[in-house]
Design a protein around this ligand. Sequence first.
Ligand code: 9MJ
Length: 673
Amino acid sequence: MSKNQAIPQKVEQLRKTLNDHNHCYYVLDEPSIPDAEYDRLFRELQSLEAEHPELITVASPTQRVGGMPAKEFSQVQHRVPMLSLANAFSEEDLQAFNKRVQDRLNYSEDIAYVCEPKLDGLAVSILYEEGKFVLAATRGDGATGEDITQNIRTIKSVPLQLRGNDYPKSLEVRGEVFMPKAGFDNLNATARAQDEKEFANPRNAAAGSLRQLNPQITASRPLEVFFYAVGYVADGDLPDNHFALLEKFHGWGLRTCPEIVLANNVEGCMRFYSSIQDKRNALPYEIDGVVYKVNKFTWQRKLGFVSRAPRWAIAHKFPAQEELTTLLAVEFQVGRTGALTPVARLEPVAVGGVTVSNATLHNMDEIARKDVRVTDTVIIRRAGDVIPEVVSVIKERRPQNTKIITLPTHCPVCESVVVKHDDEAVARCSGGLYCPAQRKEAIKHFSARKAFDIEGLGDKLVEQLVDSGLIHDVADIFHLTAEQVSNLERMGDKSAENLLVSIEKAKQTTLARFLYALGIREVGEATAKTLAEKLGCIEKIKRADEALLQSLPDIGPVVAENIVIFFQQAHNCDVINKLLDAGINWPVIEVKAAEDLPLIGQTVVLTGSMEALTRDQAKEQLQALGAKVSGSVSKKTSYVIAGSEAGSKLAKAEKLGVAVHNEAWLLELLGEK
Ligand code: 9MJ
């Protein structure tokens, strides 16, 4: 056999292997090979197909995203109507449904039902001809839907080729396309980061993704499918009951929901309902109830349907998870890291069986986005165990004299100043060292390895010491006695003694560690080191203004402001003084005198390429002379040093009237100093 003759077989083999792996990964949820290996096989198939385009088939795994964006979706007539479901909201409704079924069947014994979680997605119908995926449509009005074949093809859990060989020649299957919770969260996080509109819920996200005229966009969305019914079927046999049909689906590679069970009677249905309700939050996808279906197909046919809903199935919905109520007031809670969260105090309302009187408003940006005001009528959502949230305002019901919600200027717990930077959603209390809400976290951070490194003072012990009232702030650590510590639970005399030894040892530290330990927001190890090296003593750091701080390497306006505000809080300074009084000390640092830092207060931007120096060398030397080297030109830039081929930064400097110098000038400056 020549090499070329083997290629069609090779292509076919690769497709089969890839389809098998896809099946394991997307349908069985059991990956069979590492992703990298899958990608290698996929690329091999792609390159063979590129060399031999005559071998490409629509069912090839490489052909999921194909074709140009459509102008509009064409219509598809459903050969068998796509039904919707009647609803039950209580056990009585379910008992009544069962009674109707029994009466119509003239059968008074137990009826077996298949119990399925009710997915909150979009119903789709997919036609397989000879096992090949050929057409996919939305439900539409049940009689006519839209052709979304190109979009559905992109969903990896939809097989392009059925498995096995006992499927009917024409097989129309139906199921629900949905977006799992995790994928939904990621999609919205990306939208948020790009300042794009977020989807309200996974159902809308799934619907929006399927409505795309460009299948490339659909392909980028994390959609999945579960199949649960058949439509038109020709030339082939199906089992005589629904449960066995779902097992067949599984064998054909059609993904089914793993939670589905067969119940012998209504009591079994109720047990399923309760168990799924308990599991609801842990499921990776959203459901809004369960569906019960008479198992036997002969009975389903006998029961038939009324208007557009079958008489043999019913959706048992979970209680509503959204309710309306009045926003009475807004209070701000301070979290353990100092973040202020606005909490809505509500006129109590039952949401899904639980009384809700508080709900989160997330942050000030969300309040502004939703335009929430005190006394507004708001929609509250409770999703399982998570904290209820205010979803939106009913503007039509807005009373007069609503009160605008404002961020408090001072922490409601410790009265320190509240800081909110324009480019951050979260507002924070600046009393990190003192604020009781942040106490435990502040102490844990203080004693951590990179800070005071107090051996034996771990998170658990910090919790114990704070809870027992032995320490209120970090300075109290240095006044603990062996007796106090040994009286704590799970603390022997020996451990207490060891702890006191490490506390004593920790008193000898460095200024950089001390600064880092204070837990000033965004002052990490590197910034603490810079502050210590450049300013040398705590008094200077306390007194430094934002301009001076910003002239130091890698300290921008946000960090500078955090530092200044931290030291402006008298409470923080009190704790620092207590620490110094307790004997905390560090070696004195030699700082270059100001006259050795001729460029202090100057901000320099380097652009283009230099000849004698690399960009990093130039930066280092400038910093050593006290200059701040910035990456972008602004009005505050003292001058720009432009090498050859300088581009937009040079143009900006010229536009803003910032002085521009060349490399020779820089060398002279550096040489002079
Ligand atoms: C959902 N939405 O999960 C049906 N459904 O069956 C399940 N919907 C259905 N079954 C017949 N699991 C019509 C609709």
